[in-house]
Design a binder for this molecule. Structure first.
Ligand SMILES: O=C(O)CCC(=O)C(=O)O
Ligand SMILES: [Fe+2]
Length: 317
């Protein structure tokens, strides 16, 4: 049975994103939020290389081994989903505890003191409040989040209703925390196909609010319809040196002239907990920092086309 109405599908096609309120019940949302909080509480800074999550806007690219190794778990997730959409966890030879240990924690840069010659960086806030994101393959590594990804019948139905992908595969899955007050990081304007490249581009994001998201605590904003004109002319890849990541031009694709951030028509996507937001891989979106005292935890995963001869490229991070 279709879960998305004709009207919702029309909006998706016109705007390049779709807000589906109350997609998950209060119980389901509470289970995901509880699991996210449990993972945060489990974070042990003494066994962590203090990897922070930074974006290109910081003038520096993420790239240490911890980040890329976490990307390798994403490759694992691709392979696993290629084998089966359901139940592969039981067949994974690695034990659950090993899998839990593979989850990557990325620190909010402002939660760390600068390192000096005489002392390394120190956490300035309690460990559970220092994390920017937990990833990048929660859908494989964590049984609770796995249950709400493509193993979830209603999620699979939504992917089918969108009618864009013949054989959706989960590429990355993570909890993004905009921590109260120190969640100082804005997510700059971008489209997701730049980061999750296939030829041709096919990414679709499923973004789930685990807490209320408002303009004050860093809700998403979209430029409706931008998916029709934005071209994925750059892609995020492993640096050819093997160290770090960089952007390269996509051959034969002209860069856009538009200055997306300055264009009229941006819309805030404030939403209550339990809301599903579907994000077309080409639509421009962003989110501001969270200076408020309310946290903004979300779970998100991205799907790419696994069929139709679409090519997933080895250069991807
Ligand atoms: O959660 C955010 O603020 C940004 C997330 C995002 O860009 C995405 O899920 O594609
Ligand atoms: Fe995004």
């Amino acid at each position: 049975m279709d879960l998305l109405s004709e009207e919702q599908l029309t909006r998706w096609k016109e705007e390049g994103y779709l807000i589906v309120p109350s997609f998950f019940s209060d119980e389901e949302t509470a289970e995901m939020l509880g699991e996210a909080r449990r993972l945060l509480d489990e974070f042990d800074p003494t066994s962590h290389p203090m990897t922070t999550f930074k974006t290109a806007a910081d003038g520096e690219h993420v790239g240490d081994d911890y980040f890329l190794n976490s990307g390798d778990k994403v490759r694992d997730s691709l392979l696993s989903y290629a084998r089966s959409h359901a139940g592969f966890g039981d067949r994974d030879p690695r034990s659950q505890s090993k899998l839990a240990a593979d989850i990557g924690y990325f620190l909010e840069p402002s939660s760390l003191s600068p390192a000096t010659d005489s002392s390394p960086s120190q956490l300035l806030v309690p460990p559970a409040q220092s994390i920017n994101k937990i990833g990048h393959a929660l859908a494989v590594l964590n049984p609770v989040f796995r249950k709400y990804t493509l193993e979830n019948e209603r999620m699979r139905q939504v992917a089918k209703d969108l009618g864009e992908q013949e054989d959706p595969r989960v590429l990355q899955s993570m909890v993004i925390c905009k921590q109260p007050r120190i969640g100082g990081r804005a997510v700059p304007c971008h489209n997701d196909s730049t980061f999750l490249y296939t030829d041709p581009p096919s990414a679709i994001g499923a973004w789930i609010a685990l807490e209320e998201c408002t303009p004050q605590n860093g809700c998403l904003s979209f430029l409706p319809g931008s998916h029709k004109i934005s071209r994925t002319h750059q892609r995020f890849v492993r640096h050819p040196s093997g160290k770090g990541t960089t952007f390269i031009d996509v051959e034969g694709v002209e860069p856009n002239e538009e200055k997306w951030d300055e264009m009229d028509g941006w819309k805030e996507a404030a939403c209550p907990a339990g809301t599903l937001v579907l994000i077309h891989g080409s639509v421009m979106h962003k989110s501001p920092p969270n200076p408020s005292d309310k946290s903004r935890l979300i779970y998100t995963f991205h799907m790419i086309e696994g069929g139709k001869g679409f090519v997933y490229d080895e250069k991807n991070w």
